[in-house]
Design a protein around this ligand. Structure first.
Ligand code: SF4
Length: 187
């Protein structure tokens, strides 16, 4: 009964999250092909897998539902890197990794607002992927635009969690290993 209640409440949001991940992955694939000569991202590179990552509760719940055994019986990677890395530097939840992990390595663009209110476009990329052509010179549609997917993710989180935008440190999931809890309280 407890498990049933949990599914009824979260299921549509978790399904929507899966759909969002698929869209993200498709766009990431397009950009990865476009930047194939620049990207040095390889299996085993863990430069982006830092220990400080937090995710929305809905993404944490998605990981808990798919990786209950790992969270219950496995051990987190030692501190200093993401808790989900294995001893070979591979992600143990790759299929269900959170949004932030899916776009790593790509040229990024986003809009910042200066103190006087002027919007300014920012660019960034992993130093390993700088390549010969500066990221600032790329057309906007060849960059990952930070904003639209984040907003959709935030709406999913708010819908699933009573309008709260609660976030969870990834490492904390190893301490919260009951994937069938009625509510996702401890963060
Ligand atoms: S969840 Fe996986 S891909 Fe994301 S930071 Fe952790 S180990 Fe890296």
């Amino acid at each position: 009964m407890k498990q049933q209640n949990f599914i009824v409440g979260w299921k549509p949001f978790l399904e929507a999250l899966t759909g969002l991940y698929l869209e993200v992955d498709r766009r990431v694939m397009e950009l990865s092909v476009a930047h194939a000569g620049r990207l040095q991202c390889r299996r085993g590179c863990k430069g982006c897998c830092v220990d400080e990552l937090t995710v929305f509760g809905i993404e944490a719940e998605n990981i808990r539902r798919h990786h209950g055994d790992l969270l219950k019986d496995g051990a987190p990677h030692k501190k200093g890197a993401c808790a989900f890395l294995d001893e070979n530097g591979l992600c143990r939840i790759y299929q269900n990794r959170p949004y932030v992990c899916r776009t790593q390595g790509l040229p990024l663009r986003w809009i910042d607002v200066l103190a006087d209110g002027t919007p300014v476009e920012m660019r960034d990329i992993c130093p390993l992927n700088e390549g010969e052509k500066s990221v600032e010179s790329l057309p906007a549609d060849l960059c990952w635009s930070i904003g639209p997917f984040e907003e959709r993710l935030a709406r999913l989180q708010a819908g699933a969690d009573g309008e709260r935008l609660r976030r969870v440190p990834l490492r904390l999931l190893f301490a919260l290993h009951d994937p069938w809890a009625d509510t996702f309280e401890p963060f």
